[in-house]
Design a protein around this ligand. Structure first.
Ligand code: NAD
Length: 292
């Protein structure tokens, strides 16, 4: 199948990274977001990433310019109507995603492939809202997308073999390593990662250790490149909470209950790096913020 135009829905940290990777691999890519501010931020972020790669000698100035030339940013959904593949990376809320896919379903050609970058929502349920569920699939990139090699490929109940194979092969074309996962809450990555992060937040909540020491245990003791609280800030605490709620609800198992401190921090708008404060602050170097 010819993928002449890729649409990326959502110009946040994941959508921007996904769009950058597609454009760097030679695909014409359009990024859509509701918020004009998000589009400006997305454009500035991708340009900065590419400039840095040029400075480091990892990318030629010509390739940077060609990559930027393949990217467009829009707040007009109609600009996505000709896309062959839509990758959705908007907020992790089922209702919002279903509503957005419904709009896309009405707008796009019936041959278009729809892929969701959801961290945890059932692909089969998202696919249930569109006219061609056989063309719907999960394409779960990791953060930061230009750096991380893994893509989880999640087959919904109705996903066709042809669409699965196209997306599997496409992931390799993007320079990624695809792993096939059945449609199950949290897939593999977040079923294992999020309970660990949630447990680290419980350790902080119960006063077992400081945030720095909790992170140090996992970094130096388990050889993790960053501690779980630093990682939670990086992912976004709202996303972490959404995922824990999905695991808790869909497995109906109390071991997945979100830590009250996580819930409280999200209510307070302390979402991590993207808001400048979570477990740490990000105006300069990460440093401790909350009292506990
Ligand atoms: P983010 O908050 O950085 O970005 C979300 C963007 O979506 C925002 O720019 C927002 O304006 C936009 N948006 C919200 N509703 C919209 C709508 N109806 N139409 C168009 N745009 C809309 O979030 P993120 O971290 O980029 O996460 C996006 C998705 O990727 C979520 O489903 C998340 O679970 C998933 N994901 C996140 C990570 C991570 O580490 N953050 C990793 C893998 C997958």
């Amino acid at each position: 199948m010819n993928l002449n135009l890729i649409a990326v829905l959502g110009g946040g940290q994941m959508g921007s990274g996904i769009a950058q990777v597609f454009a760097q691999s030679g695909f014409k890519t359009v990024i859509y977001d509701l918020a004009a501010g998000a589009l400006d931020k997305s454009k500035a972020g991708i340009t900065k990433n590419l400039d840095r790669a040029v400075e480091k000698g990892k990318l030629s100035a010509e390739d940077r310019d060609a990559t930027l030339g393949r990217l467009t940013w829009t707040s007009n959904l109609a600009d996505l109507s000709e896309s062959d593949l839509v990758v959705e990376a908007i907020i992790e809320k089922l209702e919002t995603k279903l509503q957005t896919w419904k709009q896309l379903d009405e707008l796009c050609r019936p041959t278009a492939i729809f892929a969701s970058n959801t961290s945890s929502l059932p692909i089969t349920q998202l696919a249930g809202g569109v006219s061609h569920p056989e063309r719907f699939i999960g394409m779960h990139f990791m953060n930061p997308v230009p750096v991380m090699q893994l893509v989880e490929i999640i087959r919904g109940y109705m996903t066709s073999d042809a669409v699965y194979q196209t997306i599997f092969d496409l992931s390799k074309t993007l320079g990624k390593v695809p792993v096939t996962v059945e449609d199950s809450p949290g897939f593999i990555s977040n079923r294992i990662l999020m309970p660990m992060i949630n447990e680290a937040i419980f350790c902080l909540y119960e006063g077992i250790a400081t945030k720095e020491d909790i992170d140090t245990v996992m970094k130096l003791g388990m050889n993790h490149p960053m501690g779980p609280l630093t990682l939670a800030d990086f992912i976004g605490l709202d996303t972490c909470l959404f995922i824990m709620e999905v695991l808790y609800r869909d497995f109906a198992d109390s071991k997945y209950r979100p830590c009250p401190l996580l819930r409280k921090m999200v209510q307070a708008g302390q979402l991590g790096r993207k808001t400048g404060a979570g477990f740490y602050t990000y105006d300069t170097a990460p440093k401790a913020v909350a009292a506990k």
